[in-house]
Design a protein around this ligand. Structure first.
Ligand code: CP
Length: 312
């Protein structure tokens, strides 16, 4: 097995071998999650600190569960309850966490590049749990894991990503991840929400949803960031839903067995209709479950655990 880097900061520049190593480990972790007692002593004595400076349900909870299933100690810190409110800098808070004995620091931060800053200054491994509009690599890895599990491959698939591409860290990590694994990526959204330079990544852009969906094997719908509406970057919510919402009629343009994905949280009735979100092609809840397996794999690989316990 190839040696992992010290940190997981993003998927830009990641190769197929490195990604497959993580996905293969996640498959072993998912087997543990299926056991009656889903706990192994692999990371006993290790400490994982979740530093979340932005709200999160899925990512924070799944990192905490992942640490606990591997018997690591898990501690949660939020900006509102840390000494950040007293003016302590992120670097000083992280240095304090490192001095307290953390082995892994999981950081979500509104500033792009915050995890990179910490990775260069503290000894514990740093995992990027979402930095501004930059990257969300663990979300992309769980998306890749879900597609590989469902389709048996990633290479050669047509992946459509629809929504606010400009502000989406999920879109950016998905583009790098799916492209590295040999899939073709199409991006779709209002022209105001697609960055000018994005086609340099190898993804193709379109502004008509029908063009993005035609024959797609995977449809990833992004959360419309309602907070952007004030900036006038997209028309009203109803207009957005009419032009870029995924409903049953539009989904019929994709491959018959296309997967419907969404990183959550979902604005039902805006970017996706209720019946599609809950339909047979939707794997939204499986993405959440797989998120725990992927984060267990990353904690294992970065915290340098021993052998994973075999099933009884
Ligand atoms: N997908 C995602 O990052 O969700 P949370 O904001 O709930 O962590």
């Amino acid at each position: 097995m190839a040696r992992m880097k010290k940190d997981l900061l993003g998927l830009e520049g990641a190769g197929e071998r490195e990604i497959n190593q993580i996905l293969d480990m996640a498959a072993s972790m998912k087997e543990i999650m299926g056991r009656q007692i889903k706990k192994v002593p692999t990371l006993r004595g290790k400490t994982v600190v979740n530093m979340f400076y932005e709200p999160s349900t899925r990512t924070r909870t799944s990192f905490e569960l992942a640490a606990k299933y591997l018997s690591a100690d898990a501690v949660n810190i939020s900006s509102s309850t840390s000494s950040a409110v007293k003016g302590e800098s992120l670097k000083d808070t992280a240095a304090t966490i490192a001095a307290l004995g953390a082995d892994v620091v999981v950081l979500r931060h509104p500033m792009a590049g915050a995890p990179h800053l910490l990775a260069g200054t503290i000894k514990p491994a740093v995992i990027n749990a979402g930095d501004g509009a930059h990257e969300h690599p663990t979300q992309a890895l769980l998306d890749l894991f879900t597609v590989r599990e469902k389709k048996g491959r990633i290479s050669g698939l047509q992946v459509a990503i629809v929504g606010d591409i400009t502000h989406s860290r999920v879109a950016r990590s998905d583009i790098w991840g799916f492209t590295a694994m040999g899939a073709s990526v199409r991006l779709c959204g209002p022209a105001t929400l697609i960055p000018a330079e994005i086609e340099r990544t190898g993804a193709r852009c379109c502004t008509r949803m029908e063009d993005a969906l035609e024959g797609a094997d995977v449809v990833i719908m992004l959360r419309i960031q309602l907070e952007r509406q004030r900036q006038g970057l997209f028309p009203g919510i109803r207009e957005y839903g009419r032009l870029y919402g995924l409903n049953r009629e539009r989904l019929a343009l994709a491959a018959r067995d296309a997967l419907v994905m969404h990183p959550g949280p979902v604005n039902r009735g805006v970017e996706i209709s209720h019946d599609v979100a809950d339909g047979v092609q939707s794997v939204i809840n499986e993405q959440v479950t797989n998120g725990v397996a992927v984060r267990m794999a990353l904690l294992y690989l970065l915290a340098g655990g021993g052998a994973v316990e075999a099933a009884d």
